[in-house]
Design a protein around this ligand. Sequence first.
Ligand code: NI
Ligand code: MN
Length: 227
Amino acid sequence: MLTLTWHSHACFLLEHDGKRVIVDPFLTGNPTAVIGSSDVPKLDAVLVTHGHGDHLGDAIPLAIEHQATLVAPFELAEYALDQGAPHVHAMHIGGAHQFPFGHVKMVTAIHGGMVEGDEGGRFTTHPCGFVVTMGGVRLYHTGDTALTLDMQLLAGRVDVMCVAIGDNYTMGPEDAARAVEFVKPKVAIPMHFGTFPILLQDPAPFVRAVGTTAKVVVLEPGKSAEF
Ligand code: NI
Ligand code: MN
């Protein structure tokens, strides 16, 4: 069993068997977050899809405070190391690794590679999505991405899909629903919406567009679901 808590935007806390992993912890400065970074329970790992501030967010301070392993695309992992993260695990697109908390595969995302805070630009990277298997549940976090045919490679290999729907910087409702059609998860959870005025404020168009393709679970910030 996997307990999944949405902390708004692209931030999810995954818990199984006493292990905790947080993805894209953007809590400080996030107007829709209902917890602060000091409220995060003891973490084993911090997964970061890319270097934009609304994803890298509190990742490095949390990795330091919790002595947690920060998992990110190679260049971003190097940046975290440079910034004092004590344990980093660099990966890259297409690669997978078995961690004590579960299995992580890094998958394609089409998006910008700038790392916030990297003045010289030497840590610019390729953003990613993650497929995390914990407690027998395969969870796909799309990261920030366009709709891409690569998603079809995951068809039938995902139980729960956390999908960016907010439009403007990522897929909007229509493309996100096509992504769900490509991946065929059992459950789809919309994310990356409602955080800022530029992002779609209502998941209803996405829910309508998915229809019966998958069960859509719309979480409120701070709320959990079990799988
Ligand atoms: Ni981004
Ligand atoms: Mn973003």
